[in-house]
Every structure is written in structure tokens, then in C-alpha cells.
Design a protein around this ligand. Structure first.
Ligand code: HEM
Ligand SMILES: *[C@@H]1O[C@H](CO)[C@@H](O)[C@H](O)[C@H]1NC(C)=O
Ligand SMILES: *[C@@H]1O[C@H](CO)[C@@H](O)[C@H](O)[C@H]1NC(C)=O
Length: 212
């Protein structure tokens, strides 16, 4: 009894310094997650990433991304390479029919990003839902983990931490077109995302069961 108590405390301490992981029963995947705070009251965008196990370093691999978005977000974005420029950007907002719009973008400077065909997102019904305060989506990305960055070809490491970035705007783009224009963000930020704990041995089997 005392042992379990101490073990519990120890595990809680470990949890606070180690990676934050989340098992999602909708998808059957374990995600490592990061949080981009955009309001002092604690509101933020939760970004979850799952990848296959055993990925070789310096290779391109698919990733499942699940994002939880508070309802007041106009648009928000994820920068896979951890900065605004020269890396795959995923911009997302809630379309007029309430379904998530995902847009693949790229920017060479601090100006509105343009379409990027190097990354493709497949949105799934599995893991995509909403309630009165939040909406969330689940998508597979091909092309998010390898790209031509500032100093040539760059791979996001399948193990260890990678710096990711997010941006938040309260202004919703108009309509459901993934090429709609977006206005500049109010907040941007970074976190270190642990990819080691994003690995799932059932990755391929789980994704095959997702509903489109
Ligand atoms: C109309 C669209 C956008 C405009 C006009 C814009 C403009 C800017 C500007 C002017 C800065 C410099 C701010 C400063 O130095 O304080 C900046 C920084 C930044 N932006 Fe954007 N941005 C846009 C979209 C995005 C998107 C879609 C993302 C990510 C998903 C993003 C992520 C960032 C990040 C992480 C920074 C920090 C500096 C850096 O990493 O380069 N931005 N942006
Ligand atoms: C928009 O969606 C289409 C169809 O899925 C896709 O082919 C295209 O690459 C997407 N464009 C952007 C900017 O995300
Ligand atoms: C609302 O939905 C979000 C996203 O799925 C979830 O994280 C949150 O726990 C839900 N809130 C409640 C009160 O169920």
C-alpha cells in the first residue's frame, strides 16, 4: 500500500518532466502531445503526434496529427519544422459547415504563406469531433517529416525532441477552401515535441481502420 503510494508519486513526478503522452481510444493510437498557449486564461491548442515504430533516422515517414482546438480560434497553425519559414505549415480552421478545413502551406518569409504540395493531409472522421467548447481533428500527413529547409534536405527525427511551432489568430478565414487567405497571427510559440513516445507498433493497422 505504502509502496504503491510512493510509486504513484514517483510516476507523477516522472510525468511532469518526461514526455506527455495521451492514449486516444477513438484511434487506438498513443500520441505525444504539446500545448501552444495563446490566452493567459489557459486556452491553447493541443497538438498530438503519432508515428510508426522503428522509423530509421533521416527518412521520410507518415505521421498522424490530432489537434484539439478551443472554439474561439479563428485559425491556428502547426509548423512541423519549428519556425514560420521554409518548413511544412498546417493551417486549420472550422469551415462554415463546422467541418475542419486543413490547408498545407509554405512560407519563405514573414508574409502570408502559399499552398505547399509537398505535404498532403488526409482528414479522417475517426478522431474528429466537437462539443460546445472545443473541436478536434485527426489527419494523416505524408510529407511533413522531410522537406527542403534553410540548409538543404531536413528530416524530423523520429526519436528524441523536435522543436515545433504554432500560431494563433482569432480571425476565421472565409469559407471552406483550403486556399482561402489568412490574416496574420496574434500569438506564436514553440515547444519541444517528444517523438520517441509518439511511436506506435500498430500504426499502420490502426490507420487502415480509420473512417474517411
Ligand atoms: C498571413 C499569414 C501570416 C503572416 C502575415 C505572418 C507574419 C509574421 C510576422 C510579421 C512574423 C514576425 C513577428 C515577429 O518577429 O515578432 C511572424 C513570425 C512567426 N510566424 Fe507568421 N505569419 C503568417 C502565418 C503564419 C503561419 C501559418 C504560421 C505557422 C503555422 C506562422 C508561424 C510563425 C512563427 C513560428 C513565427 C516566429 C518567427 C519564425 O519562426 O520565423 N505564421 N509571422
Ligand atoms: C486542398 O485540398 C486538395 C484536395 O484534397 C488538395 O489536393 C490540395 O493540395 C489542398 N491544398 C492545400 C493548400 O492544402
Ligand atoms: C470537448 O472536446 C474536446 C475535444 O475533443 C475534449 O478534449 C474535451 O475534453 C471535451 N470537453 C468535455 C467537457 O467533454
Amino acid at each position: 500500500m505504502i509502496w504503491t503510494l510512493w510509486f504513484g508519486l514517483f510516476a507523477a513526478l516522472l510525468g511532469s518532466v518526461a514526455a506527455d503522452t495521451y492514449y486516444d481510444s477513438d484511434t487506438g493510437l498513443t500520441f505525444s502531445q504539446g500545448f501552444g498557449l495563446y490566452k493567459v486564461d489557459g486556452r491553447g491548442v493541443t497538438v498530438r503526434i503519432a508515428i510508426p515504430t522503428g522509423v530509421e533516422a533521416n527518412t521520410a515517414y507518415d505521421a498522424v496529427v490530432q489537434v484539439v482546438v478551443p472554439s474561439d480560434v479563428g485559425w491556428a497553425g502547426l509548423a512541423w519544422g519549428g519556425s514560420m519559414t521554409k518548413n511544412p505549415l498546417l493551417v486549420f480552421w472550422r469551415g462554415s459547415n463546422n467541418s475542419p478545413v486543413l490547408s498545407s502551406r509554405w512560407s519563405t518569409g514573414h508574409t502570408a504563406p502559399t499552398s505547399y504540395t509537398g505535404a498532403q493531409y488526409t482528414l479522417y472522421k475517426t478522431g474528429t469531433k466537437s462539443n460546445s467548447t472545443h473541436w478536434q481533428f485527426t489527419a494523416l500527413c505524408s510529407g511533413c517529416t522531410a522537406f527542403n529547409g534553410d540548409s538543404g534536405l531536413r528530416y524530423i527525427s523520429p526519436r528524441g525532441g523536435n522543436r515545433l511551432a504554432f500560431a494563433y489568430s482569432p480571425t476565421k478565414p472565409s469559407g471552406n477552401s483550403n486556399t482561402s487567405s489568412i490574416t496574420v497571427h496574434e500569438v506564436h510559440g514553440y515547444w519541444n515535441h517528444d517523438f520517441t513516445s509518439a511511436a506506435n507498433s500498430n500504426f499502420v493497422a490502426a490507420v487502415e481502420k480509420f473512417q474517411k
